[in-house]
Design a binder for this molecule. Structure first.
Ligand SMILES: [Zn+2]
Length: 414
């Protein structure tokens, strides 16, 4: 079978979309959701959908749908991802999954048998939280996590609300949450995505089969010491909030290391020190902590270990410590039946693969609440993503593309 047409077209589409929002050399792409570059990307994708004979529509949340007319009855197969990027992001995050979906449609149309079930490709709105401080807006809207009130509440840095942005793109924010995905309509959802981490690049595996998407538990720790003169306050009388914070940061790392065997990770990504002057003993430090894993118990253990250590460290140093929780989401399992299907196809095709968790969030984690879902990772160079340096080696993406196509084909011709 000639397998090149859809894959070749996938590469062309990724290249065309990457030109939308392209910054100067070395600065990647800035294609924030519901901005002009996003509109240009959507036009390219919608044009391809029409070329393939798909009917194109946009739902209330501006998710872009291409539906292949089918003689067969549902439930169908859905392939998707997103087109928006972070500021100065890479060329492949999200775009690859949408483009590969359309490549697969092309290959399936080129094959002799027409699909026995409906086949659709969706580009979800605003997967990245960069513009509206909320991730996965499009997939949330289709799974009952977004209501019209949210669209009025969330806004970008310039004050434009999500409601206004959706309306300017032809969306109907007043209808958010009315249309939802249903397993009666869809038998399977597939998302092909770059890993955004270093595992596949380091191990040499070409396909990662995601078992579960890790969920972040996030909180803020505020350490209140005593601000003092750095020359006049002797060492034995200090209550330095920053040195206490340094110990707490190491305790967070230790908590992550203790749970690493379960795939958990622990990070302090923000450390703000006040007043931040060279001649002042720091009086106040804010730490922002992000704990992730695919096992709720492991996340809970990290959280209690961090808290116990923080209380002990601060107590010994005469520092007050206060925790403010931000979020505590549950890890989301992908469909085991689809994961097994993908694994079998990898084995049959001799593709090097591994089961793995996803540390990053994806639209698939919301879709999975409603429809059996599979998340398939392909390697990105050095694991770099959300960066102008994001890069892929197409020869290492091809096996993942072909596995996706075979999995879709099997579900379609069931
Ligand atoms: Zn993405």
């Amino acid at each position: 079978m000639d397998t090149s047409a859809g894959f070749q077209r996938t590469r062309e589409l990724v290249g065309a979309v990457a030109a939308c929002g392209r910054n100067g050399p070395g600065h990647g792409v800035s294609r924030l959701a519901l901005t002009e570059p996003d509109r240009q990307a959507r036009e390219i994708i919608a044009g391809e959908m029409r070329k393939l004979g798909m009917t194109v529509r946009m739902d209330a949340c501006c998710n872009l749908w291409g539906n292949l007319p089918s003689t067969g009855k549902g439930p169908g197969v859905l392939i998707g991802s997103h087109l928006d990027s972070v500021p100065e992001g890479g060329d492949f995050d999200g775009v690859l999954g949408v483009a590969a979906g359309l490549g697969v449609v092309r290959d399936i149309l080129d094959s002799t048998r027409p699909p026995a079930h409906p086949l659709s490709v969706v580009a979800f709105t605003s997967e990245e939280s960069s513009r509206f401080s909320m991730a996965c807006i499009g997939s949330k809207s289709l799974t009952g996590h977004l209501v019209p009130e949210d669209a009025r509440r969330f806004h970008d840095a310039r004050g434009e609300t999500l409601e206004e942005a959706l309306r300017s793109f032809g969306g109907r924010p007043e209808m958010l949450g009315q249309e939802t995905l249903s397993s009666g309509d869809w038998a399977a959802y597939f998302e092909l995505h770059i890993e955004q981490g270093p595992v596949l690049d380091k191990t040499g595996d070409d396909v990662g089969i995601v078992g579960a998407v890790a969920a972040p538990t996030r909180f803020m720790l505020e350490l209140e010491g005593v601000q003092a003169h750095s020359g006049a306050c002797p060492m034995n009388l200090r209550h330095d909030a920053l040195t206490a914070a340094a110990e707490v940061i190491l305790a967070v790392e230790a908590a992550g290391q203790a749970e690493a065997k379960y795939g958990s990770v622990a990070t302090v990504g923000v450390c703000e020190c006040l007043p931040g002057a060279m001649n002042v003993v720091p009086g106040h430090v804010t730490l922002k902590v992000d704990l992730r894993g695919i096992h709720s118990e492991s996340i809970a253990r990290m959280r209690s270990q961090v808290m116990a250590k923080a209380v002990a460290i601060c107590g010994a140093r005469g520092i007050a410590c206060q925790l403010t929780p931000y979020s505590s989401d549950e890890p989301v399992a992908m469909d085991e039946g689809l994961a097994a299907l993908v694994e079998r196809i990898c084995r049959e095709q001799g593709v090097k693969h591994r089961r793995m968790p996803s540390g990053a969030g994806h639209d698939a984690m919301f879709v999975a609440e409603r429809i059996p879902s599979a998340l398939i990772f392909v390697p990105c160079r050095d694991g770099v993503s959300h960066s102008p340096k994001e890069a892929i080696d197409w020869s290492r993406v091809r096996p993942g593309y072909e596995v996706l196509r075979e999995a879709v084909r099997e579900r379609l011709f069931l």
